[in-house]
Ligand binder design. Structure first.
Ligand SMILES: Cc1ncc(COP(=O)(O)O)c(C=O)c1O
Length: 427
């Protein structure tokens, strides 16, 4: 039976962006027929043995403690498990010289849920019927933001400007402040820093400038630090997390080794945090307390931040360096390819200017040579205007081995060269 769906039902039962592609990838891998694929599409972090060991130790400690029953056999407060809240408050006050109290913290089931609460508490239609926008100041962006708005017309993304280093085949996106419009129609702003999919890190100045624009209209600004310091610290360039005022600093334990436990942390002004907390109480009561209890231990001991810097960051930074060197060695110098500067996260982002086929066609062609990437056009949620660039990019995950990355870059270079060449001949 086809159920009759409401507007929200229709919106939320659609597979948005990258999830639709993932379905195709899973089917491709399953139907492989003996073909071996190098899968560079994964968003799942690598299981790094020292990090897994840390979580095992925290679990053993929890199991041996009298706290165990209190943790797993009881409901708790929606705001989060108190020892985790206290560990975050103490760590951040000390590390960043802040003055947080526990009323500034909300623990959520994964950070994705923070964006869902915010996009619908601050974005969408007001009581008076005014549409409040959820603004993404710099596109491309995390595809998950495309799925969190119950009112999809509220989502608005802005085209970036491009800093292009022609000689070195590198580029970097920057927010286009001449276009970015914040007004009384803005409900909230969100951006990821470091960014999935591009690995971009907005500078401290760019971040402050966006915050100043949001402050003028008293609009909450959510900075998605799923890859930021102090954990998982997947920034390869210096960056300072920012706090205070209308800013909600959002973190995730997923890339620090706990994606399955679903733990996100929002840090902000009490008035903003309490709106998000009430949303959470209505939706799902609270995050898993087992995950929160082991996270509290790893943060309190300082080990999580330490492992982030000594294990997690070097692993992915090394993979980016391998990708960069194998791509540079394999790609013809006379083609207009541009790798986004690798400033963080667990992906590389490749732009093929004037690509004669679409990113989707390139994805299909790469599958034939056993390489799976993610077509870039899925990473422009909220960008309504036509822009050829949307169909000229691919996202390459850094979760494969160095050898796999090197082989895949050679195959990618051959395919790309053929694609440009065939079109040149056809003309
Ligand atoms: C930029 C970004 N934000 C948020 C998330 C969601 O993470 P979580 O597991 O905390 O819900 C992801 C997951 O990949 C991400 O890449």
């Amino acid at each position: 039976m086809e159920p009759a769906l409401t507007q929200f039902g229709t919106q939320m039962s659609r597979l948005s962006g990258v999830r639709a592609i993932m379905k195709d990838i899973i089917e491709t891998l399953r139907a492989g027929g003996g073909q071996q694929f190098i899968n560079l599409s994964a968003g799942n972090p690598v299981i790094l043995p020292p990090v897994e060991h840390l979580w095992r130790e925290c679990t053993e400690d929890l199991l041996a403690s009298p706290e165990y029953g209190e943790v797993v056999c009881r409901y708790g407060s929606s705001q989060g498990y108190q020892p985790l809240i206290d560990a975050v408050v103490d760590d951040f006050n000390q590390r960043y010289d802040l003055n947080l109290s526990d009323r500034n913290i909300l623990i959520t089931p994964g950070s994705q849920s923070i964006y869902f609460y915010a996009a619908n508490a601050f974005g969408g239609y007001t009581q008076d019927g005014q549409l409040k926008e959820v603004v993404l100041p710099l596109s491309p962006e995390y595809t998950g933001y495309g799925g969190v708005c119950l009112t999809p017309e509220a989502l608005k993304a802005y085209k970036p400007t491009l800093d292009i280093d022609e000689g070195n085949h590198r580029f970097k996106y920057r927010p286009d402040f001449s276009q970015l419009k914040i007004s009384e129609d803005t409900g909230c702003l969100i951006f990821s820093r470091p960014c999935n999919p591009t690995g971009n890190v907005l500078t401290n100045e760019e971040t402050s400038k966006i915050q100043a624009l949001a402050t003028e209209y008293n609009v909450p600004l959510l900075i998605d630090s799923a890859y930021g310091p102090p954990f998982p610290a997947l920034n390869f360039t210096e960056m300072t997390p920012q706090f205070g005022g209308n800013l909600i600093h959002c973190m995730s334990l997923s890339k620090a080794g706990l994606p399955g436990e679903r733990i996100g942390v929002a840090i902000g002004e009490e008035k903003l945090i309490s709106v998000l907390e009430a949303f959470q109480t209505n939706l799902c009561i609270h995050s898993s307390r087992y995950g929160q209890a082991i996270a509290a231990r790893a943060i309190r001991s300082g080990q999580l931040a330490q492992f982030a810097e000594t294990v997690i960051r070097p692993h992915y930074q090394d993979k980016f360096a391998q990708l960069e060197s194998s791509l540079t060695a394999a790609m013809p110098d006379n083609l207009p390819w541009f790798l986004h500067k690798g400033e963080g996260a667990i992906f590389a982002w490749l732009w093929l200017r004037d690509l004669p086929i679409t990113d989707w066609e390139l994805y299909q062609t790469l599958k034939k040579v056993g390489v799976i990437v993610v077509p870039g056009s899925t990473f422009f949620p909220g960008l309504k205007e036509d822009w050829a660039h949307k169909h000229q990019c691919i996202r390459i995950s850094l979760t494969a081995t160095g050898e796999e990355i090197a082989t895949a870059m050679q195959r990618l270079a051959q395919v790309v060269e053929q694609v440009y060449l065939q079109t040149a001949i056809a003309h």
